[in-house]
Design a protein around this ligand. Structure first.
Ligand SMILES: Nc1ncnc2c1ncn2[C@@H]1O[C@H](COP(=O)(O)OP(=O)(O)OP(=O)(O)O)[C@@H](O)[C@H]1O
Length: 245
């Protein structure tokens, strides 16, 4: 039995099956990468794990408890599944440091950030996260002054601050330079090594850098599963996804 098990996971949108009877087992502490062509169902699987989309049928067992169909708040709060969205979640009128602080103390305590002096242990935790995401020198500036890549790292820091057990990252390197992409890979490998990670990506060099086990999806179904070498030497995967002509 795995830590996170998808069993016959299926969702239909107005009769169209975006995800069709997907079975997947992810172990605790594993880093699983999902790849595949546009529209393969990768984001929709993340949406179901995180509660944004309710499956039509099938189950999502987390430590043997079925979380399929539960709402997003409960999945994040009680089951400790964190998500970095494709869109931005940063508060632009607060400094880098304050953004991490809000994520740390919970969004309901937004006000306290400005009305109380920071407790020492909170400051230590903020500094630890800023160090992990390479933004220590930028802590007092507003996020607008960060590069695109740095903003993505801040978002990763905000997910880390919530201390989830499982982290889902949907195209974490989208729009990044090659250097930022590589640094993001290092960050994921170093900082998140104790977490269970599900990463959706298109950048194949990045996939090579971070991947342990890869699941290839196509048209809502699993096409192949294996190491980077297994996947890149699989003729069907090459035909459906990797071939560039
Ligand atoms: N809420 C929705 N309503 C209707 N169709 C949807 C909805 N969400 C996703 N789809 C469809 O489901 C299919 C799978 O989409 P999904 O975003 O999961 O693909 P993906 O593999 O993540 O693709 P990409 O790599 O382009 O992000 C697509 O055909 C998409 O149009």
């Amino acid at each position: 039995m795995g830590y996170l098990e998808l069993k016959n996971l299926t969702v239909e949108f107005s009769g169209f099956r975006a995800v069709n009877e997907v079975n997947m087992t992810i172990e605790k502490g594993e880093l699983r990468t999902l790849i595949g062509p546009n529209g393969a169902g990768k984001t929709t699987i993340i949406d179901m794990i995180t509660g944004k989309t309710k499956p039509t049928y099938g189950s999502i067992l987390l430590d043997d408890k079925n979380i399929a169909g539960k709402d997003a708040y409960e999945i994040s709060d009680k089951f400790k599944v964190g998500r970095k969205f494709q869109g931005p979640n940063i508060f632009d009128y607060m400094t880098v440091e304050e953004n991490v602080e809000v994520a740390l103390s919970g969004y309901s305590s937004l006000l306290k950030t400005f009305t109380y002096r920071r407790k020492k242990n909170i400051q230590e935790k903020i500094d630890e996260i800023l160090e992990q995401i390479n933004l220590k020198d930028e802590k007092e500036i507003l996020p607008n002054y960060l590069s695109h890549g740095q903003r993505q790292w801040l978002e990763i820091g905000m997910v880390l601050a919530q201390n989830p057990e499982i982290i889902t990252l949907d195209e974490p390197t989208a729009g990044m330079t090659a250097d930022e992409t590589y640094k993001t890979g290092e960050l994921i490998l170093n900082v998140m090594k104790d977490k269970t990670l599900i990463v959706v990506e298109h950048d194949i060099d990045f996939v090579k850098q971070i991947s342990e086990k890869i699941t290839v999806l196509s048209q809502g179904e699993i096409l192949a599963e294996g190491s980077y070498d297994d996947i890149t030497s699989n003729p069907e995967v090459v035909r459906v996804y990797l071939k560039t002509d």
